[in-house]
Design a protein around this ligand. Structure first.
Ligand code: PLP
Length: 387
């Protein structure tokens, strides 16, 4: 079995089929013609083995899917147009009117929107649960519970969930475990070794890696693949050819980029934790982060995204700190080469969140960490000097 850095470089690569080019061509396709009725029949019978129509995928998106599946450790992957469509593909694959889903209280807010503004309209009820619930998740099971949605760590508040404990309980009741695994990029956490049934990636983040494309990926074990593929197809979701290509291209250098994001983020976080303005460091690799012990047990590293809770400063002081940053752009995405800052506001219904302490999320990019620390030092000076 090849190591993951090798898989990232070689999966989905077929130079012999493309004139020796190591990268696949970008197939811009709607029509896919067939040489005969017999060939059409084969494509109908084996939808994953052949190509039928641009929306159902091309050799470009297939190469990306193969690489994601190899990295995540699942058997099959479906590429879609964004991380959010990957989430909705996964949830809709397993629910019908009258069903119930469990969603972690720290979920990415558009996932909550999807539950409240969409699933609810179609008669699917949601219960939010404490991300630290572990085996006690069983208290929330109902006869009609079909899916549990997990996001570990939460992408703003960084709670690490006990996925194996949750999955063990869920599987006793035939509940599918869906995980948003974007933070680890499938590199630092292997979802299928920990009981996850469907792993979702906002490939927009670390896979694309250059902040220039929207892309999502849903990876499963073989037994759930037909449900996932049909969900994406019925919804009309697909990955645009250029974006699938950019996702694959980004994955070829993912290992080295991620290791640098990890190193830089650890340096910046280590410095921030010594600063008197910082109340709590929410970075899973540090003991101050809730769930740190589980991170140590289940993850092999950390990426470039974490948060800090400041002491109680006014909103204007925090704005002055953020607005003057030179290297950290104010942006809601992450996973690209560049550093970003975000002023987080959280919604909670099953747990409590102390919003008196301003929460700031940082994505630490590939710049020199000394320059990033100098920029943040100036920012903290503005915070202190604001009157
Ligand atoms: C944790 C997480 N999951 C999913 C998404 C959605 O991805 P996309 O923006 O590609 O729809 C995001 C986007 O910010 C995210 O942060």
């Amino acid at each position: 079995m090849k190591k993951q850095d090798t898989k990232l470089v070689h999966s989905g690569s077929y130079p012999e089929k493309q004139g020796g080019s190591v990268n696949p061509p970008i197939y811009h396709a709607s029509t896919v013609s067939k040489p005969s009725v017999a060939a059409l029949e084969i494509a109908r019978q084996e939808p994953d083995a052949d190509f039928m129509y641009g929306r159902h995928g091309t050799p470009t998106s297939r190469a990306f899917e193969e690489t994601v599946a190899a990295l995540e450790g699942g058997e099959k992957c479906v590429a879609v147009g964004s991380g959010l469509s990957a989430i909705t593909t996964a949830m809709l694959a397993f629910v019908k009117q009258g069903d119930h889903v469990l969603v972690c209280d720290n979920a990415y807010s558009p996932t909550r929107n999807f539950s409240e503004k969409f699933l609810k309209r179609f008669g699917v009820e949601t219960t939010y649960y404490d991300p630290f619930i572990g085996t006690e998740i069983k208290r929330h099971f109902q006869d009609n519970t079909k899916v549990i949605y997990t996001e570990s760590p939460g992408s703003h508040s960084f709670e690490i969930q006990d996925i194996p404990a949750i999955a063990e309980q869920c599987h006793k009741s035939e509940i599918k475990v869906v995980m948003d695994n974007t933070w680890s990029a499938g590199y630092f956490f292997k979802p299928f070794n920990h009981g996850v049934d469907v792993s979702v990636q906002a490939a927009t983040k670390y896979y694309v890696g250059h902040s220039d494309a929207m892309l999502g990926a849903v990876t499963t074990k073989a037994e759930d693949f037909a449900a996932i593929r049909d969900s994406a197809r019925i919804l009309g979701y697909h990955a645009a050819p250029d974006d699938a290509y950019l996702g694959l291209r980004g994955m070829r250098t993912l290992a080295s980029r991620l290791k640098r994001h990890e190193k830089n983020a650890l340096i910046v976080a280590d410095w921030l934790k010594t600063r008197p303005e910082v109340h709590t460091l929410l970075h899973p690799a540090f003991p101050s982060c809730p769930g740190h012990q589980i991170w140590k047990r289940d993850f092999t590293g950390s990426s470039g995204l974490f948060s800090i809770l400041l002491n109680e400063y006014s909103g204007d002081a925090v704005a002055a700190m953020i607005d003057g940053l030179e290297l950290f752009a104010l942006g809601g995405s992450w996973g690209g080469y560049e550093s970003l800052v975000w002023r987080t506001q959280l919604t909670r219904s099953a747990t409590k969140w102390d919003s008196a302490k301003p929460c700031i999320r940082l994505h630490v990019g590939l710049e020199d960490p000394d320059d990033l620390i100098a920029d943040l030092t100036e920012g903290l000076n503005r915070l202190n000097n604001f009157s």
